[in-house]
Design a protein around this ligand. Sequence first.
Ligand SMILES: [Zn+2]
Length: 752
Amino acid sequence: MIIFFLVGLTVHVVFFISIFDIYFTSPLVHGMTPQATPLAPPASRLVLVVADGLRADSLFTLLPNGSSRAPYLRGNIEKRGTWGVSHTRVPTESRPGHVALIAGFYEDVSAVAKGWKENPVEFDSVFNESSHTWCWGSPDILPMFAKGATGDHVYTHTYSAEEEDFASTDASKLDSWVFTQVTSFFHSAKSNSSLNATLHEDKNIFFLHLLGIDTNGHAHRPMSQEYLDNIGLVDAGVSHLVSVVEDFFGYDGKTAYVFTSDHGMTNWGSHGAGHPSETLTPLVVWGAGVQGAKTVTEPQPYSDGYLKDWKLEHIQRVDVNQADIAPLMASLIGVPIPVNSVGVLPLLYLNNTHRFKAESMYTNAIQVLEQFKISLCRSLISHSLEGLVYYHTYDRFFLGCSVVLGFVGWTSYVVLLILKTHASLNRHPNLTGQIPSLYLARLCICVTVVIAVFLFIQRSPITYYIYCLLPVPVWYATRSLSWFLGCLCLAVFPLMPVVGRDYNTCHNAYNCVVVLRFLILNYCPSIPQMIHVAVCSCVPFLTHSSLQQKQGLPLLNQIISWTTLVSSIVVPLLSSTRLFHRLLSIFLSLTATYLLLSTGSEALFPPVLSWLMFVWINIEQEAMLAQGVSSRQELSTIDFSANIDITKIRQLKLDDIRRSYFLYPCIFIITAFFGTGNIASINRSVYVIIPFIIVMCTFETIQVATQLSSRSISHYVIVMSMTIFLMLLSVVTHILTSQRLILWRKPKMHFP
Ligand SMILES: [Zn+2]
């Protein structure tokens, strides 16, 4: 159940993370040149007022008595400026809204993971492009634009987060604070000559962030008196602000004003989603360079019915997307459009020459095109690099395999050649001139043709033919496939998981291997033992299914297991000491024990190892056959116990060193396999010893067959490897192979 839970959790986490790769990819590219209109801008400075959380309809709708709750802004709409609805996008949150307004792009959505607080990536903004920007308002919004700006030309004035408490009873105090601060700022600037000079520079921006309406909306809902009264307070504040600014700059007519909101609010006081009450925000622009109110007589191309509700059918309405406000502000004061902006300059807001409008649109187009070019180049480069790597390494794997195969074949051939030379096979032409199987020759020709055709189709260079065709004759010459395949199979085991948990089909495969092998060998001296092996291969399966059904460990299985463990060392002693009979008996009883201890693919390890060991014995036999020392028929009749005869022991020969070298790889293969396993528990140590015993028994067989004292050569090996462990095993092996227990004696017959 816990595993199921964890798997479910993982699946869901992966799918959750995938959304960031699929949808939340950063829209930002870097490396563009900022683009500005070369003509003189109409405004020297810009005042941006953002009333956080102000709905379009809350501002534009008239009171029942026909007056507006925001008379100053209504006056601007009807006389001095241009107005419209600014359409925001989801998520309708403060941060993405401000980024769209000021930087001109829709927020990098990956910022959601950071709670919309910090810049996930650096971005350009109108503030960054300005000469100086002064900001007043909430500590949640202002710092991100100051942080994103290069240099220190963005100044922020915020109340601290704790100080927000001063507005806990009346949130509109947040807005009063901002207006008071701005008024006193301009007041103090009059007596501060350096600040005064800075303020009179071109391309300055003043940004007022008013959080009161949003806070009141959350607390009391947008239909509440608090929310609506706050709109009136903001309207009066803006009116006063304009008079302060105009007074400071001597009514020079060089100031542009933008009043808007970052997002709306639902009737129940929330925002973030895509309801029209959240996405429709007001936009009122007036001042230097801005088109004055235009009276229209025809119906306007807006079918949403708001114009009638707001009684503004006669005034031209120009809707924009929120990001369009950034190029509009940039155009008014003549700064480059923020490089990541996707906004389109709303020309109808501009009161300027046709040339200026054309130049501004051209700048806007170039600026967007720059981004497109950069993105296009990025993807082109990465695709090209991928393609380049693909073609560079196209033949690498194929050629590598061919060369490795060739090398392995060559090595095997050399080893075989040394073996045969040592065994003086040349003296026996009937053996060296073995006629290779016709099938093998045909197979080799087929493989050659297939490879050649493949290379021809690929139009490979001539060297490729050499690399790929060389392994064929090498392997044909080697033909020691059995040994090679055995080694290969054994080499697979270290790659497999060592400790399996579930019973798997390997046991069944194991059964097939065991039965088939002995049937093929036609060598069935111990049928009861084979049945025993078959039973043992079923025991883990029965135990597993029983445990799964929560029925505990079956008693029968326990009995079989313990009996097998104990008998595995005793049963072989009961069999004949004739070479193959005894060896087979040992292998069978050991594999039965091993089966009980293994749950996974490692069950196949003993049969593969035994197979390899039989191949080894065969090779040694062939070598001896060539030397005329022994013969195959004699080998099967050799007795382990008969070898004690001291007179038959011969001197050490070069062949014996080779044999001991063969022993090393076997030991090392096993060590490599079990070195990764857990050998801490007792059952594991039994488990580790079994393959060692199999190898050592084979070694003993070879010693006996080659008529060399097993103990002396064993000691030689021990000295070489300096392993006491091997010595102990050698003794065990010797006992296992040479002793015979007689359980009952025929009673002596006494003849009277
Ligand atoms: Zn907001």
